[in-house]
Design a protein around this ligand. Structure first.
Ligand code: NDP
Length: 369
């Protein structure tokens, strides 16, 4: 059982661009945020710093005219959050209780009690689990293998080269089409003879002369050397089981993402895939005091800059939420910033006009946020 208890007004889970931006903003607002990130663990697929830690050069993050390495960018984010007093806790949280405020987060050694919680636990690209796919030096991840065409496609290593995109959904179509701006030829390897992608994305890809579809095709292995990077792939025809090699210099795995929300299942509203639902134009979830930002709530944009933007929003949302909580008076009554008064038993709210209203709200839903 964890023994040590830590209490904070703002607790952030996740140390990618969303979590660290939320930390920078709430630390500058003097809220002394505690940012929890999981220790690096290959089996649990945890990467402190988020997906940019497994990217090479980032050319599209504004402010870095010459580009910056993903891990270097995250060091800068972290230093900036530290500079304003963010406290970091490296702990694997195994259980959360969001049924009442303050919320409770249970780690192996500590219990964290949070007045507000900002969930920024990100999403993970799905991988095939085939030989050659792992991060370099075990495989060619970051050395010819990527799960983000927007991040890595424009790199010189892929210019005018032969690239393979795996998948048949919108992500695969979008990535394949995007890559044709730079690549010489793009092969889309899909395990069936029909795409899952929307018609408009399919049509765009079909019309693109640089794209060639490899139907009923599974990737068995990514080939290459550490010096040269990727040199080819071994393909299998899923109908005949025949295998063959295809020469290429890059492989983009585009078989979807999964949000890292397992910990919160059953406690907070999510969509059918597991992305946390937030109310439009804010980061509020269906639980008052819990906010979500970054890829954990975004299946559409999934960029570092959009994650950072929503991290800023979450910090401001949490700060405003805290500002509007009632403050205890010596009499035992509580009063809000708007002048609403709550007697000690919280049964009613006395409005500034003197009107007395019941304090038994119906269960909150997203529409109320
Ligand atoms: P999807 O789940 O829609 O598609 C995943 C694709 O990868 C499927 O074709 C699937 O094959 C294939 N796949 C999955 N697992 C494996 C595996 N182990 N081996 C080989 N192939 C595999 O994910 P997406 O990321 O494409 O899209 C997710 C959501 O985001 C969708 O709702 C999509 O519409 C949306 N999106 C929208 C975009 C836009 O509008 N611009 C851009 C990108 C995404 P199979 O078909 O056989 O199941």
């Amino acid at each position: 059982m964890p023994t040590e208890e830590i209490r904070r007004q703002v607790v952030i889970i996740g140390s990618g661009p969303a979590g660290l931006t939320a930390a920078i903003y709430s630390a500058r607002a003097n809220l002394r945020p505690l940012l929890i990130d999981a220790p690096a663990d290959t089996e649990k697929q945890t990467t402190p710093g988020g997906q940019l830690m497994i990217t090479t050069e980032v050319e599209n993050y504004p402010g870095f005219a010459e580009g910056i390495q993903g891990p270097d960018l995250m060091v800068q984010f972290r230093k900036q959050a530290e500079r304003f007093g963010t406290e970091f806790l490296e702990e694997w949280i195994t259980k959360v209780d969001l049924s009442e405020r303050p919320f409770k987060l249970y780690g192996d050694n500590k219990v964290v009690i949070a007045e507000t919680l900002i969930i920024a636990s990100g999403a993970s690209a799905k991988w095939l689990g085939i030989p050659g796919e792992a991060k370099t030096p075990e495989g060619f991840g970051g050395n010819g293998v990527s799960a983000c065409a927007t991040c890595d496609g424009p790199l010189p290593a892929f210019r005018n080269k032969r690239l393979v995109v795996v998948g048949g959904g919108d992500t695969a179509m979008e990535e394949a089409t995007f890559l044709t701006r730079y690549a010489g030829r793009v092969f889309v390897a899909h395990r069936r003879d029909k795409l899952r992608a929307s018609k408009i994305m399919q049509d765009k890809a079909f019309l693109n002369e640089k794209i060639e579809f490899l139907w009923d095709t599974a990737l068995e292995e990514i080939l290459g050397t550490q010096e040269q990077g990727v040199t080819g792939v071994r393909l299998r025809d899923v109908k005949t089981n025949e295998t063959r090699n295809l020469d290429c210099e890059g492989v983009f795995i585009a078989i979807g993402h999964k949000p890292n929300t397992e910990l919160f299942k059953g406690q907070i509203e999510m969509d059918e895939v597991g992305y946390i639902k937030t109310s439009h134009r804010s980061t509020a979830t269906n639980i008052p005091g819990v906010f979500a930002c970054g890829d954990v709530q975004d299946s559409v944009y999934r960029q570092a800059i959009t994650a950072a933007g929503t991290g800023c929003m979450a910090a401001i949302d949490a700060e405003r939420y805290l500002d509007h909580l009632p403050i205890a008076m010596p009499s035992g009554d509580e009063i809000t910033i708007e002048g609403e008064q709550l007697p000690a038993d919280h049964s009613v709210i006395i409005m500034p006009s003197g009107e007395v209203v019941s304090n038994e709200p119906p269960s909150p839903t997203l529409d109320d946020c």
